[in-house]
Write a protein that binds this ligand. Structure first.
Ligand code: SF4
Length: 441
């Protein structure tokens, strides 16, 4: 077991730092530890993790956008106890470099290629490489119905055809730089070579730094930068084989009370669901027969979970905000809950509304078509940018949802036939959004 350093000066509170099980991170509601799984576990095991969150933490659990479990509200005494108790469960815990594959990898007959063998070889080879950035991430995406295209990755392999993989550096699949198209037999050595180069550049170096340094002729624009990627939501029922389905269920804004997750897992066990995997977009994928999946989905819907791709709450990225995080200036979940109830037609799935407690923008590091950010001067509104971007308007916290309703009304009246909200917001532009936000004619 890895020793836990609990000297506060050692606690990792740096921007961009990633909390892990043995190195928890200080947040507004205490220490936060991350549990990263490399495979599915039983619903009973997930319920047991939730019980540990009640015993050792404050009983609040996040499912991150990358599909990690985060246990909140730990103390300096309870964090090592959680670490020991979770490790004693013999779960498929990830240690070392994050090499991620889509949650249906190897089970999805629409995949171009099974990414798991490449991912495993990279994981194995990377054990020898030290000094990488703590948040270094490699994605190996074989295509299929659930893609990791919107997750940031330092190095990304994307199946491009028979035995061919595109290698992208930095960003999402859309914004990353195309480094090369490789034959499968060269893919692992090339990724390990790049990781080796990153390790020589120090533990702040990221994949995008290699993109800067790579010879110009090596770099190109990812084909996906021109063809708009439409991601499939995990909140669906997926047919995997004659007898096996997966159902995607998630807590609103990626955060749940342990008791609610325990009730969901207990119901999944009662329905004889085989397994569950925390997955992208703050979801849990439960695996089992179709009748059990449908019954579990209905149970989850009755208990307030997101069960459909059309749920507006699934189109909002809201960080824990106030009071969960010390840095938060606003109660993000209050704003997001009202926005989902009042602005359903604005939230049509064409963009993610970013509601953030501060400019760090943990919940959505990429630019968003519309972001609301807590600042000392009020809630800033940003169009087509990151939370730290130039605001087009400010509003008081108490007026935030009324302001958002005015923007939603503007989009409704301005929307052209066939136009989605994201395109409409971009066409309207910051000037008219600012006028609508402030209620000027
Ligand atoms: S973005 Fe949200 S969770 Fe992240 S530091 Fe700011 S307030 Fe906290």
């Amino acid at each position: 077991m890895t020793a836990l350093s609990l000297d506060r000066s050692d606690l990792d509170m740096r921007r961009g730092a990633c909390p892990a099980l043995s190195t928890p991170m200080m947040t507004g509601d205490g220490l936060l530890a991350r549990i990263s799984l490399t495979g599915a576990i039983s619903p009973a095991d997930l319920a047991d993790i939730c019980r540990l969150a009640l015993v050792h933490g404050n009983g609040v659990i996040d499912i991150s956008a990358r599909g990690n479990l985060q246990i909140r509200g730990l103390t300096e005494t309870s964090a090592p106890q959680l670490d020991a108790d979770v490790r004693a469960m013999n779960l498929p815990l990830r240690d070392g470099l994050a090499v991620e594959v889509p949650p249906l990898a190897g089970m999805d007959d629409s995949e171009i290629a099974d990414p798991r063998p490449l991912a495993e070889a990279i994981r194995k080879g990377a054990r020898e490489i030290t000094g990488l950035a703590p948040k270094m991430a490699v994605v190996v995406d074989g295509g299929g119905r659930l893609r990791l295209s919107d997750l940031l990755a330092d190095i990304r392999l994307v199946a491009a055809g028979r035995n061919e993989w595109k290698l992208l550096l930095g960003g999402t699949e859309q914004s990353g730089r195309l480094f090369n198209v490789l034959r499968e037999t060269h893919a692992v050595d090339t990724v390990l070579g790049l990781l080796g180069r990153l390790s020589t550049l120090g533990n702040k170096a990221r994949g995008r730094d290699l993109a800067k340094d790579a010879p110009a002729q090596m770099l190109g624009t990812s084909p996906s930068m021109t063809a708009k990627h439409v991601a499939m939501s995990p909140f669906n029922l997926f047919g995997l084989s004659k007898d096996l389905r997966a159902i995607g269920i998630g807590p609103a804004f990626g955060q749940a009370k342990a008791q609610d997750l325990i009730a969901l897992c207990d119901e999944a066990s009662r329905l004889c669901m085989q397994s569950v995997k925390p997955a992208l977009d703050h979801s849990l994928l439960f695996f089992g027969p179709e009748t059990a999946c449908v019954a579990l989905r209905d149970f989850a819907g009755r208990h307030g979970f997101i069960i459909s791709a059309g749920d507006p709450r699934g189109h909002i990225a809201a960080c824990p905000g106030s009071p969960a995080c010390n840095s938060a200036i606003i109660a993000t979940h209050d704003i997001a809950t009202k926005a989902a109830a009042e602005c359903g037609d604005l939230l049509d799935g064409s963009f993610t509304l970013h509601v953030t407690g501060c400019a760090k923008g943990c919940a959505h590091p990429e630019p968003a078509a519309l972001a609301l950010c807590g600042t000392a001067a009020g809630v800033s509104l940003i169009a087509q940018g990151k939370a730290s971007g130039e605001p087009f308007a400010f509003t008081d916290f108490a007026d935030t949802n009324a302001t958002l309703r005015r923007l939603s009304d503007l989009v409704r009246t301005e929307r052209r036939p066939g136009e989605n909200s994201a395109d409409c917001l971009a066409r309207i532009g910051s000037g008219r959004l600012a006028a609508a936000a402030t209620g000027r004619p």
